[in-house]
Design a protein around this ligand. Sequence first.
Ligand code: MOS
Length: 683
Amino acid sequence: MARPRVEGMAKVTGAVRYAADEPMSELAHGWVVTSTVTRGRIRDIDTSAALAMPGVLGVLDHSNAPRLNLDAGSFFGPDGGMHLLQNDEIPHSGRPIALVVAETAEQARSAAMALRVTYDEEPYDVDFSLEHPAARPATAFFGEDATVGDVEREVAASTVAVDERYVTPEAHGAAMEPHSATAWWEGERLQVVDSNQGPFLVAMTVATLFHLEPKQVRVRSLHVGGGFGSKSGGCGPQLVLAVMAATMFNRAVRVTLTRSQVFQTVSMRPATDQRVRIGADADGRLRAIDHTAAFEVSKLADYLENCTELSNTLYAARAIRTRRTAVPVDILPPYSVRGPGATPGSFALESAMDEVAERLRMDPLELRLRNEPRVGPVSGLPFSRRNLVTCLREGARRFGWATRDREPRTRSEGHLLVGTGMAATSFSAGALPSTASITAEADGGFTVAIGASDIGTGARTALTAVAAEALRIDPERIRLLIADSDLGPAWSAGGSRGTTSWSWAITGAAAKLRSQLAGATLPLTVSFDTTESLGALPPMERHSYSAVFCEVTVDPATGEVRVRRLLGMFAVGRVINPLLARSQLVGGMIMGLSMALHEEGVRDPATGRHVNGDFAGYHIAAHADIPDIEADFVPDYEPGDPSGIKGVGEIGTVGTAAAIANAVWHATGRRHRTLPIRPDRVL
Ligand code: MOS
């Protein structure tokens, strides 16, 4: 049902508290100091002037900071990005090297400016490309690379063959709320208020990092002002440093990153350099897809930008080969951002598909329709529900695709060139282990508790609806507790798996409670862990799908591209709340537009540093850049999920950049294989 956010009024009236807003008595403040060189060693940090300044409690650096457990990291292994202040090495520009702690944030900042840091600089390498000599096979964390059929033979037998390179830059999550953490000790227990996408997983990481028992750590993240991946994956620098300072000074310490520190110290989407070869017969049937995707990683931690996900599942082809290549360079560890892997991968694959259609002189929509697979083209597994064709046909109908000009650079309005483009997309769906508990209260209410995180998506609202439905009661009778690691193991708001994972646990707990309720003494609490039921799921290809259509104008005098219309048709399983789901998909499409035309983390090869690491230099699509966006759903249902959900977190972003690039080709006759499509690249 379309309901506004349950916390909407509190948000717009300023009543909700984000991590940095939590009032605390006796609070001390930490100010992060970052490296001004890109690689080398710290020769000396002279703290004498800083320590003499008013209000200063002390300075943490590698000489005195608590020793961390260097095994701590993410799913991909130990992550040196979290191992702050452990030695004198500078592994990348902007590395946190000290924390100045004072009674007020202003005092800490002034003292931070008085630190005198000297370095021994060493040469660095930030020059990433597919041909980099250090390129190596990426981790097979999400499964092996694909080798199906004989790509070379099929390409040789093809009527047309595309072989092109596609390049995407570093991209930042750029959540509106900067990362902030407050940490303090209560006896043997560490208390944390932090801005993150999953308090339980963050608490586990903190426990490992600081050699603590899991039950010694409590992390809360009551309201989070956006994440986009930048608050997932272990624990952020603000939290590592806040816990260190709370431990050293035995005070509550708050560390809030500045905007430019967020850019310098918090993970970004890695740059990618992808080669895609596609061979097709004259009738449009694909013979071969050969996708080699390179992405940058840090020497401090492994990561997988899984760019080939769509190439393995979206189209039928006689031969499919995918290769993922990691290139270690001297940067901070990249991590998931806005449709990780699939988003840059889709730009490459869906641009290449458009190039195949161009060379075949075939409608790109028709090309997609002709290559629908019956089973997973690489896995051989059945699809749980595959509604891509419905999305393509319904999107085309609403957009008016049938009247599109066949030739590029045909239509103009005044001095503007006009073109249209489309792309098909998917994003993998699923759930991860989570535990929910529900208490039937004596007053007729139900307390539903799950360690979920609402990062602005509307998770609170959706989970309230799911709980009410599962308990068959009015939503007003639900009291929902989230965002607290004490509520038990739960997956984070990431990978488009938040709502699926948490709803599954809530649905299971509700069924259990209902079966025990008759004649029971209240209050009665039950809990449900999804691990077992997830393990019993038959393996299948489970994905959300969408088709994106767009119309652009291009000014040939200035090179300016404007998106005039953007339409996405989505198959995302059952939609719990169409109002909020649509919002999320529109938000995703805005991020895709932003990726296509604006966002670019620029690293200066002469210094190795970000040169546009703030909101003045890193342009994210603003209202003036955004047209009316249509996002709608086709009827869909995920049979493997108790609530029929697939997830809406990332699919909005995934196909949008390719649809826009394809429309720019149609308007101008010129193909853009490097993002963003800046005016100087259009001219
Ligand atoms: Mo999401 S980019 O997997 O946090």
